[in-house]
Design a binder for this molecule. Structure first.
Ligand code: R5P
Length: 317
């Protein structure tokens, strides 16, 4: 595989080496030799050990836990590539951390997603490729071309293989996720329900109102991120309380912080399906009700098309 103008190089940070390797395999390439190591004080040092002058370089790095270290690695790798005269640098960030801070949530709070977009751009990235951004509008935080890929084709294939679609209802666990859930429901021709979380009065606990009749259905919750697992587990309980037959979840990014894996494992959720946009931990791999779908083929295809100057959006038609 070679780019339209010059060779393709893939450089991996330390966030998800397994995914980077799979992407490289999918493109019949090997990862460019690079050293990413620490000084004694934990400063990050990078050395690209192959010539990249004139190359179309893709840096593969999710800004997942520890988010700040992985972000800094991405920035420093990009700087090294720019100074080594790479022709074009694409930051491939399957999980874009900080995306949830995409607006001023209150007075005197930051818009960190915009700050991170600025940092990536100023480090020298010419393009960004990411997956299921928390909000599509975050693309507008970058003044460079940004491709937001969707995991839905991979999820839809899996859902079709496993479920009797006649009895499936897709559910958005909150009002903010309706567009994403509706998109998936449309692809499998299933009805849609929405969970509306409401705190009637300050200090009172949140009430989960299920909009739609889920009784008797196999419900599939669709979301972009599972972090603490709270949203997911509460949504599953609300659906079961409203008569759902069983509840599954398809969520792109398995952030799964703190006790999330235990929370999911001991919940009434039949199965949580995530992608490997974030490297699964041992606990995730061992969990009896968490399954990981590989996303490397989709990303490899998108990288190949970008390098060949072909359409990426048609991957999702
Ligand atoms: C929020 O808007 C996101 O789409 C997820 O629903 C949220 O990040 C999940 O977080 P947690 O698992 O901590 O409830």
């Amino acid at each position: 595989m070679s780019a339209k103008n010059g060779s393709i190089k893939l450089v991996a940070g330390n966030s998800n080496p397994a995914l980077a390797k799979e992407i490289a395999n999918g493109l019949n390439l090997t990862l460019t030799k690079a050293i990413v190591r620490r000084f004694a004080d934990m400063e990050i040092f990078v050395e690209i050990q192959e010539n990249v002058r004139g190359s179309d370089v893709f840096v593969i790095q999710s800004t997942s836990f520890p988010a700040n270290d992985h972000l800094m690695e991405l920035l420093i790798i990009t700087d090294a590539l720019r100074r080594a005269s790479a022709r074009r640098i694409t930051a491939v960030v399957p999980y874009f951390g900080y995306a949830r801070q995409d607006r001023k949530a209150g007075p005197r709070t930051p818009i960190s997603a915009k700050l991170v977009a600025n940092l990536i751009t100023h480090a020298g990235a010419d393009r960004v490729m990411t997956l299921d951004l928390h909000a599509g509008q975050i693309q507008g935080f970058f003044d460079i071309p940004t491709d937001n890929l969707y995991a839905s084709p991979v999820m839809v294939r899996d859902i079709r293989e496993r479920f009797d679609l006649a009895n499936v209802m897709v559910v958005s666990p909150d009002v903010g996720g309706v567009v994403r859930a509706r998109g998936l429901a449309k692809r499998i021709n299933a009805p849609l329900a929405i969970i509306d979380k409401r705190r009637e009065r300050a200090g009172e606990s949140e009430v989960m109102n299920v909009i739609g009749d889920v009784a008797g259905y196999t419900c599939i919750l669709v979301d972009d991120i599972v972090d603490s697992g709270g949203t997911l587990v509460n949504a599953a309980d609300a659906l079961l309380a409203n008569g759902a037959k069983e509840v599954y979840a398809y969520i792109t990014h398995g952030v799964l912080s703190g006790g999330a894996v235990t929370r999911v494992t001991s919940s009434r959720l039949k199965e949580l399906v995530i992608t490997d946009s974030i490297q699964p931990t041992e606990a995730v791999i061992k969990s009896p009700n968490i399954r990981t779908l590989p996303i490397s083929a989709l990303i490899a295809e998108a990288i190949g098309r970008t390098a060949a100057e072909e359409s990426v959006s048609s991957l999702f038609d």
